[in-house]
Design a protein around this ligand. Structure first.
Ligand SMILES: C[S@@+](CC[C@H](N)C(=O)[O-])C[C@H]1O[C@@H](n2cnc3c(N)ncnc32)[C@H](O)[C@@H]1O
Length: 263
């Protein structure tokens, strides 16, 4: 399987075509419950001024466009040229003011040039660590890119909740195997490696960033593959938001969202 600069398998690069299977292709107003929760979490903690952001693995530019609309300048660094192409297509449909604050770079997120050290007020690495056998290089780069006192935002699949998606969707065999094996590798998903929250918290600490907040994403809604029926969609978001911030709910969320501050 293809690796990334000798540090083990990168499961995204190893599965050609993932870009085509990913996300709401071509949707201009692309959004989702996880994205809205992510934006709310960031908006609640970010200082109220234009920031420099690096988004590792944000090639389709969905988050970058939202952050640019909040007046932040965003550099997206993504390993997959197809995802960067999707990002360019999406950007082309947005006003110049939004586009001008975004730069898309096709490169491994774990690589960092000398002039990139400590350039960012916020570094995002969302739903990327699962594609790395070894998450340490990406975590180290995220912290290295960040200015002192800046923030690192990491979203990753929560292996402690491996059986929840299949169980809530009524896929009982998958749920049973996930409980027996501790992972959902047998499910209908591309290969990945889900790293425990404690592992990533420890890697952040070793790199010089302390977790200041964490929440769960996708507690009540992750298993829905179709539209979610609700009289008021805001109530869905509000329920997910509140549950994501309290135990025991956040412990069984599909993803954990860590916010760490560089010391
Ligand atoms: C599931 S998508 C996540 C996209 C977006 N960050 C989000 O939260 O929706 C994973 C992205 O990570 C990128 N990726 C995987 N390994 C990477 C690496 N080592 N460096 C940079 N990007 C990587 C893929 O190309 C893909 O765009």
């Amino acid at each position: 399987m293809p690796g990334t600069a000798g540090r083990g398998v990168n499961y995204w690069s190893a599965a050609p075509g993932l870009a085509d299977a990913f996300g709401p292709a071509g949707a201009d107003g692309a959004t989702s419950i996880p994205l809205e929760l992510t934006i709310r979490t960031l908006a609640a903690i970010l200082p109220d001024r234009p920031l420099r952001v690096v988004d590792l693995g944000g090639g389709d530019a969905v988050l970058a466009i939202r952050l640019s609309a909040m007046n932040h300048a965003v550099v997206v660094q993504d390993i997959d040229p197809h995802m960067i192409a999707r990002g360019e297509q999406r950007l082309a449909r947005h006003p110049r003011a939004i586009r001008d604050r975004i730069r898309l770079i096709c490169a491994d997120g774990a690589t960092i040039a000398a002039d990139q050290v400590e350039i960012a007020d916020l570094v995002c690495c969302h739903s990327v660590l699962m594609y790395e056998d070894d998450p340490a290089p990406l975590v180290r780069t995220s912290v290295a890119l960040c200015k002192p006192d800046g923030l690192v935002s990491i979203i990753a699949i929560n292996p402690a909740a491996a059986a929840m998606r299949a169980g809530l969707a009524g896929r009982w065999r998958e749920a049973r195997i996930a409980l027996e094996t501790g992972d959902d590798a047998h499910g209908p998903y591309a290969a990945s490696r889900n790293h425990a929250r404690e592992t990533i918290v420890a890697l952040l600490a070793a790199a010089g960033a302390a977790v200041v907040a964490w929440s769960g994403i996708g507690i009540f809604t992750d298993h829905h593959s179709g539209a979610i029926v609700a009289d008021d969609p805001q109530e869905v978001l509000r329920a997910e938001w509140l549950a994501g911030r309290q135990d025991p709910y956040r412990q069984v969320a599909r993803c954990y969202h860590l916010i760490a501050r560089k010391t």
